[in-house]
Design a binder for this molecule. Structure first.
Ligand code: NI
Length: 260
C-alpha cells in the first residue's frame, strides 16, 4: 500500500532534532510521497531546498494568511521563481484565517486574491486554508473560478460548504480531526462526498490523530486517518488507499509514470 501525505510541515521546528531520521523512516512505513506546504516567504527557499534533496517530496510556495502582512512587491516573483523548480507544484498554503487574525482581514484578502491570480497565471493548483472565514473565502474563490484547481486542506466545514468546494473544482482533504471523539460533522461530510475528490493529509506536526493526541504528528500517521475514513465510508482500506493516492497525483498534476 502506497500513501501520499498531501499536506505536511517537516520544516517546522518540531522536527529540528530528528528531521532526517523521520524523513528516512517514511518509505518503509508506506509513505511514498509527501507534499511539504510552505507557510511564509522565508519558507519558500527552504521548501525548495528540502524538495531538491528528498526525491519523494514535493513542495508548494506561498504565503499563509498568518503571514499575509509580510507580502511585498517582490513576493510574487519569489514564488514564481520557486515554482519553476522540479517537484515544486502548487501555490500554498494560502487563504484566510479569522480565528487568529494574525494579519488584518483586508490584507489577508488582498494577498489571497494576488496568489489566486498567480496560480491561474502559472496554471498550478492552490492549497487553501480557511478558518472561520467561509463566506469571504467562497466569494474570492468564485471570483477566480476560471481555471481554479487545488485542495481545501484540513476541511472542517459543513457538507454544503464541501459541495461549494466541489462545484469550484476543488478536492477536499481530511486529517487527524477525522479521528477525534467529536468529529460528527467531518464524518458526515466524508460519508457523503464522492470518492474521486477526497484526499488525506496530516498537517503535521499539528492535528495528531487519536490515539496519539498530545504527541507530535508525522506523515506516517496519515495511515490512521486512512483507516478511519475506510471505516466511516464502509470501504476496503486497500482500495480506498489506491483511490486517494491517484487523487493526490491528479490534484498536484504528477504524472503517473513518474511514480513507477
Ligand atoms: Ni498546513
Amino acid at each position: 500500500m502506497k500513501l501520499f501525505d498531501t499536506h505536511a510541515h517537516l520544516l517546522d521546528e518540531a522536527f529540528d532534532l530528528d528531521r532526517e531520521a523521520v524523513i528516512a523512516s517514511l518509505p518503509e512505513k508506506g509513505i511514498t510521497k509527501v507534499m511539504e506546504a510552505c507557510c511564509d516567504e522565508a519558507g519558500i527557499d527552504r521548501v525548495a531546498a528540502l524538495v531538491e534533496r528528498v526525491p519523494f517530496f514535493y513542495g508548494s510556495a506561498g504565503v499563509h494568511p498568518h503571514s499575509a502582512d509580510e507580502w511585498t512587491n517582490e513576493t510574487g516573483d519569489h514564488i514564481r521563481r520557486a515554482l519553476r523548480r522540479e517537484r515544486m507544484l502548487a501555490v500554498g498554503e494560502i487563504g484566510l484565517d479569522y480565528h487568529y487574525d494574525f494579519s488584518p482581514r483586508d490584507v489577508q484578502k488582498r494577498v489571497l486574491d494576488e496568489q489566486l491570480s498567480l496560480a491561474k497565471e502559472l496554471r498550478l493548483p492552490v492549497i487553501l486554508h480557511d478558518r472561520e472565514a467561509h463566506g469571504d473565502m467562497i466569494d474570492l474563490l468564485r471570483a477566480h473560478k476560471d481555471g481554479l484547481q487545488g485542495v481545501m486542506h484540513c476541511f472542517s466545514g459543513s457538507y454544503e460548504l464541501a459541495k461549494e468546494c466541489l462545484d469550484l473544482g476543488l478536492y477536499v482533504a481530511f486529517g487527524g480531526a477525522l479521528t477525534f471523539q467529536n468529529a460528527v460533522r467531518p464524518i458526515d461530510v466524508v460519508k457523503r462526498l464522492p470518492l474521486d475528490r477526497l484526499l488525506i493529509e496530516t498537517d503535521c506536526p499539528y492535528m495528531t490523530p487519536v490515539p496519539y493526541r498530545g504527541q507530535r504528528n508525522d506523515p506516517s500517521f496519515v495511515r490512521i486517518t486512512l483507516d478511519r475514513m475506510a471505516e466511516v465510508r464502509g470501504e476496503d482500506v486497500g482500495l480506498l488507499a489506491d483511490a486517494l493516492y491517484r487523487n493526490a497525483l491528479r490534484v498536484y498534476n504528477i504524472a503517473e509514470e513518474a511514480d513507477a
